[in-house]
Design a protein around this ligand. Structure first.
Ligand code: G3P
Length: 238
């Protein structure tokens, strides 16, 4: 699977977010490889409404509803139609305790009952289905934090910050590290890798190294031919 992080690149705002999400959807349909846009908060509703399909939010905070100004509510993301949220991207880090609390709010039975009472059954059901990916930027983080992620996330991602947007693919620069991280993460947890990925060869290498998919941003969002780039990136996963 391929996650396309739109970040706050202005090339993927508003109408252009819709156009890029349509491209993701087209590539998904053509290749049968899930290509999932991670859109900025203000565009989530619009992309979901105009494009449909799975759309993810780039971040989520601890506050779900009520008197909390300016936070990104995972509950509102779910109610808006997000299929998932990314937590702890290196451009938006969270303390480990916060990640654990968000996962508990989303997964633990007692919180589910609370959301059903406060927000209604329909929204509570959407919150229950909201998927979570937790990103790590170092092996040390994976080692220290992983065991404490209980309940577990649906996906784990590894993205070394120094390679993000560098054009130097993590799969080329750090293959041994990816293998080690794959061993640290429980086998049943899908591992995504990202940072600097741009070609079919990078994508192929990610697969060979045991990743379940890739996270990509600049190579797609800043490209004049995003569909072509995505078709190339998807080819090894068909
Ligand atoms: O979340 C994906 C992102 O951080 C990777 O960025 O530009 O190196 O593909 P980029």
């Amino acid at each position: 699977m391929i996650f396309v992080n739109f970040k706050l690149y202005h090339q993927a705002w508003g109408e252009r977010a819709v156009a890029l999400a349509q491209i993701c959807q087209r590539v998904s349909q053509k290749t049968k490889v899930p290509v999932i846009p991670l859109v900025a908060g203000f565009d989530l509703w619009r992309v979901k409404k105009e494009v449909g399909g799975p759309v993810w939010a780039q971040h989520g905070d601890l506050y779900f509803h009520g008197p909390h100004t300016g936070w990104q509510s995972p509950a509102l993301a779910a109610a808006t139609g997000a299929a998932g949220i990314l937590l702890n991207h290196s451009e938006h880090p969270l303390p480990p305790g916060r990640i654990r609390q968000i996962l508990a709010y989303l997964r633990r039975e007692r919180w589910r009952e609370k959301w059903a009472q406060e927000l209604g059954k329909e929204t509570a059901a959407k919150i229950k289905k909201l998927q979570v990916m937790v990103a790590f930027r170092t092996k040390g983080q994976v080692r220290r934090w992983l065991a404490r992620l209980d309940p577990p996330p649906d996906f784990v991602a590894y993205e070394p910050r120094e390679l993000i947007g560098s054009g130097r693919a993590v799969t080329e620069v750090q293959p041994a590290m990816i293998r080690r991280i794959r061993q640290l993460v429980p086998a049943s947890w899908p591992l995504l890798v990202g940072a600097g990925i741009k070609t079919a060869a990078d994508s192929q290498r990610a697969r060979e190294l045991g990743a379940a998919g890739i996270l990509v941003s600049s190579a797609v969002v800043l490209s004049f031919q995003p569909e072509k780039v995505l078709l190339d990136l998807a080819a090894p996963w068909r």
